[in-house]
Design a protein around this ligand. Structure first.
Ligand SMILES: [Zn+2]
Length: 262
């Protein structure tokens, strides 16, 4: 019997780089979003594409990175993720891009970032690309980060007392952080399966009128559901802006301004 250590001839050559991404358009998911009906095989529902949304942040990076590294497969690991309709602004969100079956490693990552940004101009921007090891995947995925948001709040119904709303917003801002009790949002219930209540803090930093809407700059603890913190989600989040302002309202638009890692 041979005593030689076993070698896998085609064993995956791995290369990982980390960086930050900004997402400048709505409707772009962070990762490949397979069709829920066929799980990517292609069916009538997705017209054979296997996905309902053609691109993702992951795809836009992969499209440029994979040919340079001559890589076969990739995975995208984000420090959390924003909803598909939410922009990621500010300095961007940390991520790790992992490739396997890589045939070239001597790739200039600054040039790669430029090429990605040029090819996806107006959609995504990546910065601070640098090689990293596999430990970073867990670090980035498990990172607990405070976040800053810009939320556009629209009010439902007629006869809205905007002067009273602005006064109440001043008082909320003065009051500083408060703790919300948030039941699992109705919109994620199908994924989470169970309803738990968790407590998270939120802070109103600034508010501004934009016609009949109000634009709020918010700071939040890791894992706060912002849309629900505004609408109350049928009373499942307390105290929501809807309750504090005593008016039905919704988060019509949301942008992440900052993801604060360590
Ligand atoms: Zn399908």
């Amino acid at each position: 019997m041979s005593e030689q250590p076993h070698q896998f001839p085609g064993s995956p050559q791995r290369f990982l780089f980390e960086g930050r991404y900004r997402k400048l358009v709505r409707g772009l998911p962070q990762t490949i979003f397979f069709c829920p009906d066929c799980k990517g095989r292609g069916c009538d529902h997705c017209e054979g594409f296997g996905r309902l949304v053609r691109d993702s942040v992951q795809d836009l990076i992969a499209r440029v990175a994979m040919p340079r590294f001559k890589a076969r497969r990739n995975k995208f690991h984000g420090a959390g993720r924003e909803d598909i309709d939410v922009l990621m602004l500010g300095r961007g969100r940390p991520f790790v891009f992992e490739m396997t079956k890589v045939k070239r490693e001597d790739i200039d990552l600054a040039e790669l970032a430029e090429a990605i940004n040029e090819r996806s101009e107006g959609r995504i921007e990546v910065t601070d690309l640098k090689p990293c090891d596999r430990k970073r995947v867990a670090e980035i995925k498990q990172a607990i980060c405070e976040k800053e948001y810009l939320a556009r709040v629209e009010f439902c119904g007629s006869d809205i007392d905007f002067a009273a709303i602005d006064k109440k917003l001043d008082a909320i801002k003065e009051g500083g952080r408060w703790v919300l009790a948030q039941g699992t949002p109705i919109r994620v219930m199908h994924r989470r399966g169970k309803d738990i209540v968790r407590e998270r803090w939120l802070e109103l930093l600034e508010h501004q009128a934009d016609g009949d809407a109000r634009v709020l700059r918010l700071r939040s603890q890791h894992g706060t559901y912002i849309k629900e913190a505004i609408s109350s989600d049928d009373g499942r989040t307390k105290d929501s802006f809807a309750e504090l302002l005593d008016v039905d309202c919704v988060c019509a638009q949301l942008d992440v301004l900052g993801v604060f890692l360590d």
